[in-house]
Ligand binder design. Structure first.
Ligand code: ATP
Ligand code: MG
Length: 396
């Protein structure tokens, strides 16, 4: 019996990166290693990775589980549980017949099943050309299993064969990968993470484009309960599934909120909160070497996210780039993505968040920088920011 005990992993976009390819592959390998632990060998050969053989078994279930797990790593185009045989026609044919037999077993030979054979020949010393080999193999399989019929466009069973010098790989399944770029290859950013739906999705979008994302939360306890912070921790934990080694920074924010709440013009409150968050985040980002800030803002979604107010908020920064990957998203789109990445159910848990607290009844929608500055002149910005930065603590 051929043993399906490894996974063929095909990197995605990184293979377009020309001269940087080795660098990207190195990071991808490191991320795979962190995900899979020490026990599973990872081999890189000619632009692909082989994971396995899986210790202690070649049961299809294991290789499938591994293929599905590894597909979730950014930078992966797709994965296949596979078996490896010697590169010669006889060995490949024998393995294909046995695998197909296994695959057709549950159908007891009654139902018709469509299939296609797809051969890629990277080993040019293999005597048959890809097309010729695919055709003759297809014929052999039809002879062996009369219920098979060829369908090259939408086969129920796509039988893939990759013929390589190091061996030939046979597989029946392909799992779509997470796409994007390996986390870490585009540097490190700092995402302002609330307990809402949007910011976890924004963090994920940046991970997808190869950033390692540190998370920063502004904590309004004791105005809000312990539960809100636990929720943020659960969000961080969930996001960690996409990058590993996630760090969550927590900034004590209630003192600043109290000071800002007591200022006149309550319509500016949320804008002022945001301006302070940005100042503190920027300072922390610079200290930690984060190349940009990330927020979950989406244009026009709430009063603080009008064009004018985004400007007033951003004006408090000293120029570190601020990315808002959701700026053009509808709420529905963000929610769909949140579901897909696994943060939605946590985000909708009912806990207070810091900005619904003391929310003005009539938030300003067209804020002015001068007004914000005039209001802030009544507090000691530098002192508040410095202390908040110093007291930020990090959790893993
Ligand atoms: P979210 O669903 O991410 O909370 P939102 O649509 O509710 O977004 P706001 O609450 O106005 O919008 O927040 C806009 C952005 O400001 C958030 O996406 C997040 O990046 C940041 N932010 C808001 N509150 C906090 C907080 N307590 N800690 C860290 N960042 C925050
Ligand atoms: Mg929010």
């Amino acid at each position: 019996m051929p043993i399906v005990d490894l996974v063929v992993l095909r990197p995605g976009e990184i293979s377009l990166k020309g001269g940087n390819r080795r660098y990207f592959e190195k990071i991808l390998r490191k991320n795979l290693r962190a995900l899979l632990g020490k026990d599973i060998p990872i081999e890189r050969l000619w632009g692909r990775f082989y994971l396995g053989p899986i210790p202690g078994g070649g049961e299809l279930g294991n290789a499938r589980a591994l293929a599905q797990k590894a597909a979730k790593v950014f930078g992966v185009a797709n994965t296949s549980p596979a078996c490896r045989v010697e590169t010669n026609e006889e060995a490949i044919t024998k393995a294909c017949i046995e695998l197909m037999g296994q695959e057709l077993l549950p159908q007891k030979g009654t139902r018709e099943a469509s299939f296609a054979v797809r051969v890629r020949r990277a080993d040019k010393t293999f005597p048959k050309r890809s097309m010729d080999f695919a055709r003759s193999l297809g014929g052999t399989l039809i002879d062996a299993f009369p219920q098979l019929r060829v369908d090259l466009d939408h086969p129920m069973i796509p039988l893939g064969i990759e013929i390589r010098p190091e061996g030939s790989f046979i597989f029946l399944e392909q799992f779509k990968g997470a796409g994007g770029l390996p986390v870490g290859c585009e540097g490190r950013v700092l995402c302002l993470l609330s307990g809402g739906i949007d910011s976890p999705v924004a963090a994920w979008q940046m991970m997808k484009r190869g950033c390692r994302v540190d998370l920063l939360h502004f904590d309004s306890r004791p105005f809000i309960g312990e539960g809100s912070l636990q929720k943020v921790r659960r969000l961080a934990h969930s996001l960690n599934g996409w990058q590993g080694r996630t760090r969550l920074g927590i900034v004590e924010f209630s003192e600043i909120q109290t000071k800002l709440r007591d200022l006149p013009k309550e319509g500016y409150r949320t804008i002022l909160y945001r301006r302070f968050m940005l100042r503190i985040a920027e300072r922390i980002a610079r200290e930690r070497g984060n190349g940009a800030l990330v927020t979950g803002d989406s244009l026009g979604q709430v009063a603080s996210q009008t064009l004018e107010n985004l400007h007033v908020v951003a004006a408090a920064s000293e120029g570190l780039p601020i990315f808002r990957p959701l700026i053009g998203f509808d709420k529905e789109e963000t929610m769909a993505l949140a579901r897909k990445i696994g943060t939605f159910e946590i985000s909708i848990e009912p806990f207070d968040d810091c900005c619904t607290l003391f929310q003005p009844e009539q938030p300003v929608t067209r804020g002015k920088i001068e007004v914000a500055e005039r209001l802030e002149a009544k507090v000691d910005i530098e002192d508040l920011v410095t202390r908040a930065v110093e007291e930020c603590h990090w959790e893993t």
